[in-house]
Design a protein around this ligand. Structure first.
Ligand SMILES: Nc1nc2c(ncn2[C@@H]2O[C@H](COP(=O)(O)OP(=O)(O)OP(=O)(O)O)[C@@H](O)[C@H]2O)c(=O)[nH]1
Ligand SMILES: [Mg+2]
Length: 439
């Protein structure tokens, strides 16, 4: 939303649903739209749920509901109408014509927030690309409704031409953005490759937006990542080294939050960033235990994790914000975890020691560092290392190969007879710093 810095834009939120949709989910989602709107700088004056017999293709909601909303818009001097639904370009244009104010759908709103929050070059380029792809079909809608409004001779020719010009410009911009983004990604991949060569397991903090990931990240590593009671405070991942008693060191990453119905184009845009999560040895799922919609949030996170290819990675569930729970009993653990949930408060520090122990235990379980000498005849083992483990270093000589790698415990057992004794402690420059350090 433009002008969000200067003066709050007055907005109303509309959640339209058909009767078959569960009402509490519609309500919860509309509350979330309100948070998104406030995050974008809007002043939400009213939220309205419209339960419909069926969706209307031209304006989503029926004439009667539309008239009611138009009345509220006029009476309360509303500047923007926000829809929790995804609107087609034509629906958006029709609604704008009927309501005579700006209409923004959930996707447009989330894109807007992402655009104002992206900090790194990659994040900015990703969001810009997503926004341009969002605008492209809507340009047509804008013109066709203007055309219809004014109509007649003289409007069509130049209108079409202008439209063609605008569309071509946007396509050119998209074409310019893609290779730039590719280049930035390659640089990041290089950094990642460097990080992977460091023999540390990776743990990723994931979770619904506003669950407290960054607060927990700061608490664990002593970092100073931005924390806000707004959605999508974090867009760009940050990684730090965390010192642990058993495994030694773990790379901990703070990531972008997930949300229900994240626009497809943003899922696409951020896939590259989220790929890093898919390479983690441990996923720490941070859950806002005090949120009324916690079950839905857990469901969304689990679904998103599957979508980005995280099945098979051990998940540690962390129930955060226990300080906010009235009933101090342990909240019921959401489903699907490999181990019982840990209960913490990132704010008060309650449960943090236990969490650290658990991260330590689980990452220690996931990968073990080995250094082995394998003869030419043990190609089976060296390919098993490549398949199941992470290669750190490899040195060939006449007798065979010396491999350093992180491998799962079982393979480590098989490799034990081939172990090469470590000569001294490898230099680990970050070791002397407090628990967390910049990477
Ligand atoms: N009471 C309480 N508030 C918390 C706790 N942890 C985080 N918060 C608050 O929850 C809000 C969101 O925290 P963040 O750490 O920014 O959440 P996030 O998961 O990183 O959010 P995004 O980056 O936006 O996805 C902030 O207002 C925090 O102060 C907690 O344990 N207890
Ligand atoms: Mg964050």
């Amino acid at each position: 939303l433009p002008d969000s810095q200067n003066q709050p834009e007055s907005a109303i939120c509309i959640g339209a649903a058909v009767k078959s949709e569960p009402e509490d989910e519609v309500e919860q989602s509309l509350i979330e739209l309100g948070s998104l709107a406030r995050t974008a700088g809007a002043d939400v004056v009213q939220s309205i749920t419209c339960i419909l017999k069926s969706y209307r293709s031209s304006t989503l909601i029926g004439k009667g509901k539309l008239a009611d909303i138009a009345k509220i818009v006029a009476e309360q001097d509303v500047q923007t109408v926000l829809f929790d639904n995804e609107l087609s370009p034509a629906q958006q244009a029709n609604l704008e014509r009927e309501l005579k104010v700006k209409v923004v759908d959930r996707t447009g709103l989330i894109l807007d927030i992402f655009a104002s929050r992206a900090r790194t070059l990659e994040g900015k380029l990703q969001v810009e690309l997503a926004q341009l792809n969002y605008i492209l079909p809507r340009l047509t809608g804008m013109w066709s409704h203007l055309g219809r409004q004014n109509g007649g001779i003289g409007t069509r020719g130049p209108g079409e031409t202008q439209l063609e010009v605008d569309r071509r410009r946007i396509r050119q911009q998209i074409a310019r953005l893609r290779p730039r983004l590719e280049k930035v990604r390659r640089t990041r991949l290089l950094h990642r490759a460097k990080r992977k060569a460091v023999p540390f397991p990776i743990a990723a903090l994931v979770g619904y937006t506003n669950a407290g990931k960054s607060t927990l990240f700061n608490r664990l590593t002593g970092a100073n990542v931005l924390i806000e009671d707004k959605l999508f405070a974090t867009l760009d991942p940050t990684t730090r080294l965390l010192n642990l008693p058993a495994v030694g060191q773990v790379l901990l990453t703070d990531t972008v939050g997930f949300i229900n119905r994240l626009p497809t184009m943003l899922v696409e845009a951020f896939k590259a960033t989220l790929e890093e999560v898919a390479e983690a040895d441990l996923i720490v799922h941070v859950i806002d235990a005090a949120n009324a919609g916690v079950e839905k949030q857990v469901e969304v996170v689990e679904k998103t994790l599957t979508e980005i290819g995280c099945d098979g990675i051990p998940v540690l569930e962390v129930l955060n914000k226990v300080d906010l729970l009235e009933d101090r009993g342990v909240p019921r653990s959401p489903t699907g975890a490999d181990v019982p949930a840990i209960v913490v408060s990132a704010t008060t520090g309650e449960g943090i020691e236990q969490l650290v122990e658990e991260i330590d235990r689980l990452t220690a379980m996931s990968k073990i560092k080995v250094k082995v000498r394998l003869g030419h005849d043990r190609g089976d083992l060296s390919s098993a290392i490549r398949r199941e483990g992470r290669l750190i270093a490899e040195e060939f000589d006449e007798a065979g190969v010396v491999i350093e790698a992180l491998v799962p415990p079982k393979l480590a057992g098989l490799l034990a007879p081939f172990a090469v004794p470590e000569e001294g402690v490898p230099d680990e420059p970050e070791l002397d710093k407090p628990r967390g350090s910049e990477i």
